[in-house]
Write a protein that binds this ligand. Structure first.
Ligand code: ADP
Ligand code: ASP
Ligand code: MG
Length: 463
């Protein structure tokens, strides 16, 4: 069971979560718990690491103090037993002292490498997890907490979005956690963080606590992986955009992957990828509404007759780059060149489209990578006389429609663009995945939510 940031945002919510865990334990289940950082803490750590990297020191004391207050308050409300609470308080204070030292060090060095950033980001989960441990222990549950590293999760050294090395990980996790489970001890593991083969802390990418749950699930060969969050399950679209969004009771790995990949945010795509081979079902449930069955993600592709499109997602903060005048004959070579240049810079390409007539190539990247992408391309593509011009638009977003029902159904694209056109929304670029599980297109950021609503209605997804 993995609990996301909003599910452990404060002391009351942690008490609630621990009651839930206890309930399932009493029903004769064995549970491994994965905990995210308290809501918002990872974002704050990210901001702090960037400031420190620029050499700022003045903010550090206040920043660390505020984190201390928040975690101590949370601990006070959630951990009832006094001796346990003291132990948790000590851990919080020690951990924050370490954070303060690291931030000061970074500020003096004015150097923030991906490796140091991962180290700083790891503090959110290292602070939240002992509180959940204390709360559960206070309730009389036998339990022990681990960092991802101590639980045995080993990754490559791709800081910022490390991948698990599953052979070693499975072996280590089994030998460290299975024994506890056999003795009815409930292990609690920090989400998001692990270590590489040299023991250096890595993170699994933003939202990566979902991956931790999948990694542990696969290693321990569990019956089900439960992702507890703040909505009733995977929905037809983000309920924050469209209040009429519905819960999808069942969805295939492939469809859920497409949704997660296209920014549905509800789950990290890696979490699905990791379990696909073993076929362990994932259930997404709402901590605030635990009676709701939520969404079950499984291997099978159930095509419901009435839903051609199953869900619509919106990726915000994207940017569109167009390389023009690449010359008819050279196009394939140019595409390869562009992708290798961006690959070297670790820039993720979200979408690609190529027009054969004008020899233009367009692609979408995350907005915060735009500058890096343009710098690299200008030097190597323009400088190398490979293309005539590079254009960029930074106020765009991507809409993706996902559903197994689109496979072989003619006219879906016509319906999509007909509906969007009727609203006078200008479509800047279109792509269809070869799997036919998704159609995605680019519009102005300001048209994004409207496009989602129009399509949600067009495909009959409303409640
Ligand atoms: P957690 O902190 O539990 O990991 P996240 O914030 O990462 O939660 O993801 C849950 C959020 O994802 C929801 O609150 C919702 O706003 C958003 N979301 C976006 N698209 C969808 C979707 N199709 N179905 C459900 N939630 C979605
Ligand atoms: N705390 C991490 C993040 O905010 C991981 C997670 O919540 O899944 O990205
Ligand atoms: Mg998440």
């Amino acid at each position: 069971m993995k609990f996301g940031g909003t599910s452990v945002a404060d002391g009351e919510r942690i008490s609630h979560v621990c009651n839930l865990i206890d309930k399932y334990l009493k029903q004769d289940n064995k549970v491994v718990v994965v905990v995210s950082a308290l809501a918002g803490v990872t974002d704050e750590l990210l901001r702090a690491s960037n400031l420190a990297g620029k050499g700022e020191k003045e903010f550090i004391k206040k920043f660390v103090d505020e984190l201390k207050q928040r975690h101590l308050n949370t601990c006070k409300k959630a951990v009832k037993e006094e001796t346990v609470r003291r132990a948790v308080e000590e851990t919080i204070k020690d951990t924050l002292l370490e954070l303060e030292n690291v931030l000061v060090g970074v500020a003096y060095l004015r150097e923030l490498t991906p490796r140091i950033k991962d180290y700083i980001l790891s503090f959110g989960e290292r602070l939240s997890t002992p509180i959940v441990w204390g709360a559960l222990k206070s309730m009389g549950v036998k339990t022990q907490w681990f960092t991802g590293k101590d639980a045995g999760i080993v990754t490559d050294s791709n800081f910022g979005s490390a991948r698990p090395l599953m052979e070693t990980t499975s072996h280590q996790v089994k030998s460290r956690l299975q024994k506890l489970l056999d003795e009815d001890v409930t292990p609690i593991v920090t989400g998001f963080i692990a270590a590489d083969q040299n023991g250096v802390i890595t993170t699994l990418g933003r939202g990566g606590s979902d991956c931790t749950a999948s990694i542990l699930g696969v290693a321990l060969d569990v019956d089900e992986i439960w992702i507890w969050t703040d909505v009733d399950g995977i929905m037809t679209t983000d309920p924050k955009i469209e209040a009429k969004a519905r819960v999808i009771p069942q969805i295939s790995y492939a469809e859920a992957m497409e949704m997660a990949y296209f920014g549905a945010k509800m789950m990290h795509p890696g979490a699905i990828e990791i379990v696909m081979e073993k076929g362990i079902p994932i259930r997404v449930k709402n901590t605030f509404n635990p009676e709701n069955p939520g969404t079950l993600i499984t291997k099978e592709q159930k095509v419901e007759s009435r839903s051609i499109v199953k869900a619509i997602s919106l990726i915000r903060k994207a940017a569109l780059i167009t390389v023009e005048g690449a010359g008819m004959f050279g196009v394939p070579g140019v595409a390869a060149k562009i992708f290798s240049i961006l690959g070297e810079k670790n820039i993720n390409i979200l979408m690609i489209s190529q027009s054969s007539s004008e020899a233009n190539i367009s692609f979408v990247v995350p907005r915060d990578m735009l500058e890096d992408a343009l710098n690299a391309l200008e030097v190597k593509i323009l400088g190398g006389n490979i293309a005539r011009e590079i254009k960029a638009e930074d106020d765009i977003c991507v809409i993706a429609l996902v559903g197994a029902g689109m496979v072989g159904t003619p006219g879906v694209a016509a319906r999509v663009f007909g509906a969007v056109g009727k609203e006078k929304i200008n479509v800047r670029m279109i792509a269809q995945g070869s799997s036919e599980l998704n159609i995605s297109f680019v519009v102005k950021e300001s048209d994004g939510e409207k496009a989602v609503k129009v399509l949600h209605k067009e495909f009959g997804l409303e409640k």
